[in-house]
Design a binder for this molecule. Structure first.
Ligand SMILES: [Fe+2]
Ligand SMILES: [Fe+2]
Length: 432
């Protein structure tokens, strides 16, 4: 439910790219209530906060009466989350508007229990096609579930008259190929973000590796609440950082290409530090937000070219005899990133410490300061462990064996200081 038909449209399209169940979209909650009464309890409800509050929360009270165990996701542009959730305790998670398709998709996937599917074609409402003045994609007409025919080729215009002809035959939507859906969603997303003057746009993390996180989460037995909490911390971190003009311009530049090795590493690591933190507990939401901020910034001073061969550079930097200018520059990248953190209004020494220590190693063989495990803080230790895990996943062939290898290795390796404590807690959670 969303009173804005364009946002509704974006959500519906994003859902139909992976969701295998039936999707109903409404601008007002009363119509939605009717359908729930007729069709029964839905698997999940996604609504704008106005749908929840404007009709005297009839909808909510109804849900309360029925005591539905249905996850309820609320989208809002001014998420005063704590207040809101206190008032509406049935709300499972909140998501920030303007909507980032990747965050939205990630959140819904992490809560849904249905199998995801990959459709061959994705439906697009005809008014949306008109509004976007198409020509960007091939458009298909659906003949049956398996049979689609191309009626408009990429580059060809799509006019009102075409739309009217389709309407007169009762056709309300055309289809694009699944492969085009990512780009199409980006179109819609951009259009809305421009309207609302969204500052976060551009650094909303393109989670190209949602699938990887899903597989990891499954293997780790992470519950939906772990993933929801991770998602929340990541948005919070992005929000805090995007208030700083200096930082936002650096992040936009560094994350401009979502498929680069750099962006994928930063994206995966940012979610992983939060989810890992959330699953073992005891660092709280503020700890997760700090870890996410550090993950977003830890390597801003490392060039893309170095990312191609990171392990080699790590070796060079740890070898204190290597005094070549490139090696020194790489050795000092934690300091460079740390300078940026100090320009934050609410400067957090914890974030600074994580960034400064992210290449330290328990036996003092790391850089830039060769600290040993006694002097490496607990948040930095957690960060280092998760980055080790991410390295195993990057280097391995499949996720499950990589994690198994990581666990076998870590059990021996993390034998001191915070490392040992954190790894033990992680293993205990894993056993359930
Ligand atoms: Fe890294
Ligand atoms: Fe680094």
């Amino acid at each position: 439910m969303d009173p804005n038909p364009e946002i509704l449209n974006l959500q519906e399209t994003a859902l139909s790219c992976f969701y295998s169940g039936e999707i109903f979209a409404f601008e007002d909650s009363l119509r939605a209530l009717e359908v729930i009464q007729k069709k029964g309890v839905p698997e999940m409800i996604i609504m704008d906060h106005r749908n929840l509050t404007e009709d005297d929360s009839l909808f909510y009270r109804h849900l309360d009466v029925e005591k539905l165990a249905t996850p309820l996701i609320v989208c809002s542009e001014n998420a005063q989350e704590d207040k809101f959730m206190n008032f509406y305790p049935l709300v499972t998670a909140m998501i920030e508007k303007p909507l980032s398709v990747s965050s939205f998709t990630y959140l819904v996937k992490s809560i849904s229990t249905l199998q995801t599917r990959q459709p061959t074609h994705v439906p697009i409402k005809i008014p949306t096609l008109l509004r976007l003045g198409m020509g960007h994609f091939d458009l298909y007409l659906k003949l049956s579930d398996k049979n689609f025919v191309k009626i408009i080729h990429k580059g060809e215009p799509f006019f009102d008259s075409d739309a009217n002809k389709l309407f007169s035959k009762g056709i309300r939507e055309l289809f694009i190929k699944y492969e085009d859906s990512k780009e199409f969603l980006k179109f819609l997303e951009k259009e809305m973000n421009v309207e609302s003057g969204n500052t976060v746009e551009g650094i909303s993390l393109a989670i190209e590796n949602v699938e990887a996180i899903e597989q990891i989460a499954k293997f780790m037995n992470w519950s939906p609440s772990v993933l929801v909490s991770a998602q929340k911390s990541v948005s919070q971190a992005v929000k805090i950082l995007s208030k700083n003009n200096n930082i936002i311009s650096v992040l936009k530049r560094r994350l401009a290409n979502p498929t680069s090795a750099y962006s994928r590493h930063v994206g995966l690591l940012t979610y992983m530090v939060c989810a890992f933190g959330s699953s073992i507990g005891w660092i709280g939401e503020s700890g997760q937000v700090k870890l996410a901020m550090a993950a977003l910034l830890h390597d801003v001073a490392v060039d893309e070219a170095i990312y191609e061969n990171l392990r080699e550079w790590d070796k060079r930097a740890s070898h204190s005899g290597d005094k070549s200018p490139d090696t020194i520059r790489y050795r000092m990248h934690p300091f460079e990133a740390s300078k940026l953190v100090k320009t934050l209004d609410a400067f957090s020494p914890d974030v600074d410490q994580i960034i400064l220590q992210h290449h330290e190693v328990k036996d003092g063989s790391g850089f830039p300061r060769a600290l040993d495990s006694v002097r490496i803080g607990h948040l930095p230790a957690l960060f280092i462990i998760v980055e080790d895990l991410v390295d195993f996943i990057d280097d391995g062939e499949n996720i499950e064996t990589s994690i198994t290898d990581f666990i076998t290795w870590g059990r021996e390796y993390y034998d001191s200081g915070h490392f040992k404590k954190i790894f033990t807690a992680f293993e205990e959670k894993l056993k359930g």
